[in-house]
Design a protein around this ligand. Structure first.
Ligand code: EZ4
Ligand code: CO
Length: 403
């Protein structure tokens, strides 16, 4: 048996902050896991170092399910983003180790490829509709089959998803939270115009997506869904804050626009009612924030019973380790839908050399044994952690709102 002899947490900031776990076995095999929780990176680092790693030493690295149950049930305090990100990091590292020992990429251990690759969507952002369309045309030229559209809202200084740099949008942009201002009425006017312009410029052969980022009430989300129907969006994401799962019933009654939700979910229990009541079409939980490959596979299996497909979160705060894990899982499961793909900076890619590759609008995890991704620890050390927060959002009268 490959016995776990050591594990360490690496916190580094190559372009942005990442928390990474590396597990080592007595035969020299190592595995990596991503434990990054955006804006709360050190909480997971401490959870791992102080409370998880001491329990791992001496265990059989092959017993992935048993270790998952040990960390979940054994903590007594179940679920929550800090706990589940820590468990996820261990789980990813153990799948990586198992794959390396077997000499197989992880997707083979999960049942083998169910498709040629994982369709991804890129982010087209712009201050204006014209800028966003220009960015989207660029993605289309690069072969993307799906594009997320976000644009600035006239009369508002800033909004979600819009950045200075076309490719490298990074929301965690300050060492104290940036304050944004929000107006629902202004926003609801511009999005249908954006989609109308996009269909005119891009045609109908490309999937178009949009992220509402938890900002609408259920009836406002229903209005947006109806207004976008003529442009056939692939989905609207996080239409309303999803801790209110019942709210999706109201949205559902009013619109046939597909609904995606779940990037902040940490377990199957957060998804269960939404899936069983067929209130969503895509589940956006991912391996990192929802307990690893082991638990995400369970979420996907539940979703499959109800014809809900995956659309895993894949923003820049999910390291290349998570991207690799999501691609192995996405390639293997029957109900993969789409994978979000926000490009990492060159510094991030250099610190995390990886086997996954983009071609024809799809990512493929590659055939290196394990996850096919590693961390260059010496290089990581040259990028010290620097506190960074996601923004906060207020209505124009100062009321705190969802960001
Ligand atoms: O706000 O990754 O779909 N992507 C998103 C992201 C998330 C951040 C949170 O850490 O909504 O921008
Ligand atoms: Co989102």
């Amino acid at each position: 048996m490959p016995k776990i002899v050591s594990a360490r947490v690496i916190v580094a900031s190559p372009g942005r902050n990442f928390t990474t776990l590396k597990i080592e076995c007595d035969d020299g095999t190592t595995g990596v896991g991503d434990a990054t929780l955006n804006g709360r990176e050190l909480a997971v680092a401490a959870y791992l170092s102080e409370h998880v790693i001491p329990c791992l030493i001496g265990r059989d690295a092959h017993r992935i399910e048993d270790i998952w149950q040990y960390l979940y049930k054994g903590a007594y305090w179940r679920r929550g983003p800090v706990t589940m990100a820590a468990i996820a990091a261990v789980d990813m590292a153990l799948w990586d180790i198992k794959g390396k020992i077997a000499g197989l990429p992880v997707y083979q251990l999960l049942g083998g490829a169910s498709r040629e690759g994982c369709m991804v969507y890129g982010h087209a952002n712009g201050a204006t509709i014209a800028d966003t369309i220009e960015a989207a045309l660029d993605y289309q030229e690069q072969g993307y089959k799906a594009i997320r559209l976000q644009c600035g809202v006239p009369g508002m200084a800033s909004t979600y998803g819009v950045s200075q740099d076309r490719y490298f949008y990074e929301p965690a942009d300050n060492d104290l939270p940036t304050e944004n201002v929000w107006s629902t009425s202004k926003y609801l006017r511009v999005v249908p115009e954006l989609f109308a312009a996009a269909r005119e410029a891009l045609g109908w052969d490309v999937h178009l997506l949009h992220d509402v980022h938890h900002r609408l009430t259920p009836i406002e989300a229903a209005r947006l869904g109806k207004d976008l129907e003529p442009y056939r969006p692939f989905w609207i994401e996080d239409a309303t804050p999803a801790e209110d799962q019942e709210a999706f019933r109201l949205i559902r009654q009013h619109t046939t626009t597909p609904l995606a939700v779940g990037e902040i979910f940490s377990s199957v229990w957060d998804c269960k009612a939404l899936i069983e009541n067929r209130l969503i079409d895509y589940i956006r939980a991912t391996v990192l924030h929802a307990g690893g490959i082991t638990h995400m596979r369970q979420i996907a299996s539940l979703a499959d019973l109800y014809q809900v497909r995956t659309g895993c979160h894949g923003a820049t705060d999910l390291s290349p380790v998570t991207m690799a894990a999501a691609l192995h899982l996405g390639l293997a499961i029957p109900n993969f839908g789409i994978q979000e793909y926000m490009r990492h900076t060159v510094e991030t890619d250099a610190v995390f050399p990886h086997a996954y590759r983009f071609a024809d609008g799809m990512l493929h995890p590659g055939d290196a044994p394990g996850l096919g991704v590693d961390i260059d620890e010496a290089l990581a050390e040259t990028f010290p952690y620097a506190r960074a927060y996601l923004p906060v959002n207020r209505l124009e009268d100062g009321t705190m709102w969802s960001w």
